[in-house]
Design a protein. Structure first.
Lengths: 350, 237
C-alpha cells in the first residue's frame, strides 16, 4: 500500500513548499530557453517585471497582515506565480501590463482569499484573464519568431518597446492558432505551405512548437521528481486530442486544426503541466484530477474552436477552478474501514 | 414592534444595515449601472424616490392590507411609483433615461424596496416609514456613487463625466481628468467583473472599519481591579 497524501500540500516528507516551488521554477527553464531562442529576450523582461512586482506585493501584504515577511517570501510561491504569469504574457508588452497583472494575481486572487493555500482560483491565470479582458489589444499582439521578422528585437529595441513608446506592431505576427482560426477559404495543407510560420516549422508553427516541447520536457521532469501526478495533464491532453480529432474535418478549409496543432501550439503544454497541476486551486483526489484535467481540455478546445479568443487555457482553468470543490465532493475517496465516502451533500439519516 | 427612534433608522439605512453593503439587496442595478458617477446618481436618486414614496404609501394602507395579499399590494404600489419615476426621468433627463434603459423599470424588482415595504413600512407609522425609505435610499445611493466613482476613475481615468445628462448644461464641463489622456483604461473596471470586485472590496472595507471600531470600544471598557472577580476563561453569556 502506498501512502500518498492526496490532499494539498502535496509535498511529502523531506520536501517543503520552497523545494517544490523551486523545482517547478527549474522545470520551466527548457520552455523559457526555447522562447528566448525563437522570440528574443522579451519573456525574460516579463518574468523580471513580474517577479519584482510579486515580491513587492507579497512583502507589502505580509506587512499589512502582520506576518513574518521573510518567512513567506522564502516559500517562493509568489515567485512561481510571477514566473508563470511572465511566461504567459506576450513578449515585449508595455511594462505596466506585467505589473498590473502581477498585482491582481498576488493581491486579489491570492491574498484577498486568505493567501497561500486558500486561493480558489489560480492566481497567475486570474492575473492573465484580467489583463486579457482589460487590454485586449496589447494582450493579443504576439511578436513573431526571429526568422520571420528579420531577427528578434535586440536589447535596446526591447527596452524601447517595454519602457519607451516604440510600437511593437512592426514585429508582430499572427499566432498559429489565430491563422488556423481565421482560415475559411483554403485547405489546411495549402495553409501550411503558404504561411511561413507553418512552412518553416514542423507541425504547430515555428517557435511555438519548440517552446511547447520545452514545457513538455519540464513537465516530465516534474513527473519524475513526483512534484506532480500524471492524472490532470494526461486527462487534459487526452480530452484536447479527442476533441481536435473529432472536429479535424480531414484538414478541410473549415477544419479547426489538427490535434498536433492544438497540443503543441498556444499554452497547452504550459497549462497541462504547470497550471492545472496547482494543488490548491485544482481537484484533490486522483479521480478528481482526471475529471478536472479533462474538463480543462474540453473547455480549452470549445473556446478555441467556437469562442471569441484564439487561446483559451486560462479561461478553461478558471472555469474548472469553479468546479473543483464540486468535483472534490463527488470524488472523495473511500476511507479505510468505511463503506462509502461521506459527502457534504449527503442527507443525514434521521 | 416598537418603532425605533429616528437616529437609529438613519444609522441603519446609511451604515449598519446598508441595503447594498450589508443586506446585499438590489445587486442587479448596483452591478449593472455603476460604470460612471452620473449613472450611479441617476439610478440612486430614482431608487431613493421610489423607496421613500412606496414606504409612505405602504405605511398608509398598512391596516387595510390583508395579510395574504400584502406582497402583491406592495409590488403594485412600488410599480406605480417606478412608472412615475420613469416618466419623470423621460421628461427631464431624457439622455440619462436612454443610458439607464431597462434598469429604471427594473427598480420594481429591486428587493431592497420590497424588503423595506414588508419589513418596516407595513409595521410602522407613516413618518418613520418615510424616513426609513429615505435613509435606505440614500445609503444605497451613496454606495452606488462610490462604486461608480471608483469604476469611472479606473476604467476611463475621469470623474463626473457627462454630468450634464442629469444636471443640465451647467454641468457640461464638470468632467475631471484625473489621469492623462493616454491612460489606456482598465477595461475590467467598467465590465461586470469590475463591479463585483469593487463591491466586494467596499464590503470588506466596511467590515474592517466595523471590526476596528468594535475593538476600540471593547478596549475602552476598563475593569477596575478588586471590585469584581474577573472571569478569564470561558464564554460569558
Amino acid at each position: 500500500m502506498t501512502l500518498i497524501r492526496a490532499s494539498s500540500p502535496h509535498a511529502r516528507a523531506g520536501d517543503n513548499t520552497a523545494r517544490v516551488m523551486l523545482q517547478v521554477a527549474a522545470a520551466t527553464i527548457p520552455g523559457v530557453l526555447a522562447l528566448v531562442v525563437y522570440f528574443g529576450i522579451g519573456v525574460l523582461i516579463n518574468i523580471a517585471l513580474c517577479t519584482v512586482t510579486a515580491l513587492a506585493c507579497e512583502a507589502a501584504v505580509m506587512k499589512l497582515r502582520q506576518r513574518p515577511v521573510a518567512f513567506y517570501l522564502k516559500d517562493y510561491s509568489a515567485l512561481v506565480t510571477a514566473l508563470l504569469l511572465g511566461i504567459a504574457l506576450p513578449a515585449y508588452c508595455v511594462w505596466w501590463i506585467p505589473v498590473v497583472g502581477t498585482f491582481v494575481a498576488i493581491m486579489l486572487a491570492k491574498h484577498l482569499y486568505g493567501g497561500m493555500g486558500y486561493n480558489p482560483f489560480n492566481p497567475a491565470m486570474v492575473g492573465y484573464v484580467v489583463l486579457l479582458i482589460s487590454f485586449p489589444v496589447d494582450m493579443t499582439r504576439w511578436v513573431g519568431p526571429a526568422e520571420l521578422i528579420h531577427g528578434a528585437p535586440g536589447f535596446g529595441e526591447a527596452f524601447s518597446l517595454v519602457f519607451g513608446n516604440y510600437n511593437v506592431d512592426g514585429f508582430t505576427r499572427a499566432t498559429p492558432l489565430e491563422i488556423v482560426r481565421l482560415n475559411h477559404s483554403i485547405l489546411l495543407s495549402q495553409l501550411y505551405q503558404s504561411e511561413p510560420i507553418f512552412s518553416q516549422g514542423t507541425v504547430a508553427g515555428l517557435g511555438w512548437e519548440t517552446a511547447s516541447l520545452g514545457f513538455l520536457v519540464g513537465g516530465l521532469f516534474l513527473l519524475l521528481r513526483r512534484v506532480i501526478t500524471w492524472h490532470a495533464p494526461v486527462a487534459m491532453l487526452a480530452a484536447l486530442t479527442l476533441m481536435s480529432l473529432l472536429f479535424y474535418d480531414a484538414g478541410s478549409s473549415l477544419s479547426k486544426g489538427s490535434p498536433l496543432l492544438h497540443l503543441f501550439s498556444g499554452a497547452t503544454m504550459l497549462g497541462a503541466f504547470f497550471i492545472i497541476t496547482d494543488p490548491v486551486s485544482g481537484a484533490t483526489s486522483n479521480k478528481g484530477r482526471l475529471i478536472f484535467g479533462a474538463g480543462v481540455g474540453l473547455l480549452t478546445y470549445v473556446i478555441r474552436a467556437w469562442g471569441n479568443y484564439p487561446d483559451a487555457v486560462a479561461f478553461a482553468v478558471l472555469l474548472m477552478n469553479f468546479a473543483a470543490p464540486t468535483i472534490d465532493n463527488y470524488t472523495l475517496p473511500r476511507t479505510y474501514g468505511h463503506k462509502a465516502p461521506r459527502r457534504a451533500t449527503d442527507v443525514e439519516e434521521q | 414592534m416598537a418603532t425605533p427612534p429616528y437616529a437609529d433608522i438613519a444609522r441603519n439605512g446609511l451604515w449598519s444595515n446598508n441595503p447594498a453593503l450589508v443586506q446585499l439587496l438590489g445587486l442587479c442595478p448596483l452591478l449593472a449601472v455603476t460604470g460612471s458617477v452620473v449613472n450611479a446618481i441617476g439610478l440612486g436618486l430614482a431608487t431613493t424616490a421610489v423607496l421613500a414614496c412606496s414606504n409612505l404609501a405602504v405605511s398608509l394602507v398598512r391596516r387595510q392590507m390583508p395579510e395574504t395579499v400584502r406582497l402583491p399590494v406592495s409590488v403594485m404600489i412600488i410599480a406605480t411609483f417606478v412608472t412615475c419615476a420613469e416618466l419623470v426621468m423621460k421628461a427631464f433627463t431624457y439622455e440619462l433615461y436612454l443610458v439607464l434603459g431597462i434598469f429604471i423599470p427594473l427598480i420594481v424588482t429591486n428587493c431592497a424596496i420590497l424588503g423595506r415595504a414588508d419589513a418596516f413600512a407595513s409595521k410602522n407609522p407613516v413618518l418613520p416609514s418615510l424616513v426609513d425609505g429615505l435613509m435606505m435610499g440614500l445609503g444605497f445611493t451613496a454606495v452606488l456613487i462610490v462604486i461608480g466613482a471608483i469604476r469611472e476613475v479606473l476604467g476611463h481615468g475621469t470623474l463626473f463625466a457627462d454630468m450634464d445628462l442629469l444636471l443640465g448644461p451647467m454641468a457640461a464641463d464638470w468632467t475631471v481628468h484625473l489621469l492623462s489622456a493616454s491612460y489606456p483604461g482598465f477595461l475590467v473596471a467598467v465590465l461586470p467583473p469590475g463591479a463585483f470586485l469593487v463591491a466586494g472590496l467596499l464590503i470588506a472595507g466596511k467590515n474592517a472599519i466595523d471590526a476596528r471600531n468594535e475593538r476600540r470600544r471593547s478596549q475602552q471598557v476598563k475593569i477596575v481591579p478588586g471590585t469584581k472577580r474577573v472571569r478569564t476563561t470561558g464564554k460569558i453569556s
